[in-house]
Design a protein around this ligand. Sequence first.
Ligand SMILES: *Cc1c(COP(=O)(O)O)cnc(C)c1O
Length: 396
Amino acid sequence: MTRARSAPEKRRRSVPFHRVDVRDEDVDAVVGALRSGWLTHGPLCRSFEQEFAAATGAARAVTTSSGTAAMYLALVALGVGEGHEVITTPLTFCSTVHVIEHCGARPVFVDVEPVTLQIDPGLVGKAIGPATAAIMAVDFGGHPCDLTALTELGDAHGVPVVEDAAHSFGALHEGRPVGSIVTATCFSFYATKNITTGEGGMVTTDDAGLADEVELLRLHGISRDAWRRYGEGGDWYYEVTRCGFKANLTDLQAALGLSQLRRAEEMRARRAAIAARYCDAFAALDHLLQVPEVSPSVRPAWHLYPLRLRLESLDVDRAGFIRALADAGVGTSVHFIPVHLHPYQRDRYGYARGDFPEAERAYDRLVSLPLYPAMSDDDVAHVVDAVVEVATAHAR
Ligand SMILES: *Cc1c(COP(=O)(O)O)cnc(C)c1O
């Protein structure tokens, strides 16, 4: 049965919050890895580590099964444990904080500074005490935090700086690539991140001893990699030297990572161009919308485009703004619900609203817009039009 159409069906454009950028070359790389017969950790992981180290200017890079595993192994390798404190920001994903708890340490939050929403080094300085075992800095949105101030603080107190760089692969801080600046930098290759392996992570460091320790911990504490054990001329003998973890990447994933890494610069430039387009388009609406501000000493990786609503000038709240954008065919998200407001942290440590006012104030206003290389120019224009329309319609 057919129905006559009185008018051509108009398909409304819809831009999802995220779409992966997987191309034929990525598919071919993964198929190639499958055909090679080596499915788990092996030579492609090694190549990915070498090329990633070169890309970030780090002496060493160690693959892991996730960004969370990268952070956890870095903390364990640095000796973080029971009775220790690790200073971090509440404006992050929960896993930044969970890894601290898994070590048996206490996460100590300090608030963000209100302009870039990065961890406030002045407050970090005040929070450092005899139990502080590490500073866990987070490059919120892909904008590197003040790594110079944090490194100076860490050096002055003998405390390592670990960087949650899940958002910031490809970013520069004072001209240096993220990955080559602090004690240990932890990257995520989760599906939405700037380059992806589906799931995966990496620790970069200039400290060879630390890299060796992370390598041991990632695969059961076994002193030789399985691929060498079974490789030609290999040896059946190995030793277990640590109570290690099972947190390795696979060659299937590394094949995708290598392929993504080859066009990382193109993808980074595309993200930057989209972000610039948004900033230009929203500049005229500064009374309604606050665009993300970039510190002059960095080049962000633009993982997110965290727009802030000037709620005092709008007649909707953030939830209403998000609904209106969804009705206009624009997918959005919120980064992040401050970690101290989640029931687990709130109940365990007795946090309440008001404890970290800058993070909370930001949270109430934040809307992350679509920002990924697979967006077409028409997608970008659609997002711009929708945001301008919704903001203007709801101006007080
Ligand atoms: C994605 C993300 C992580 C976790 O990375 P996984 O690879 O998913 O484990 C950690 N911190 C931040 C800020 C993230 O966005």
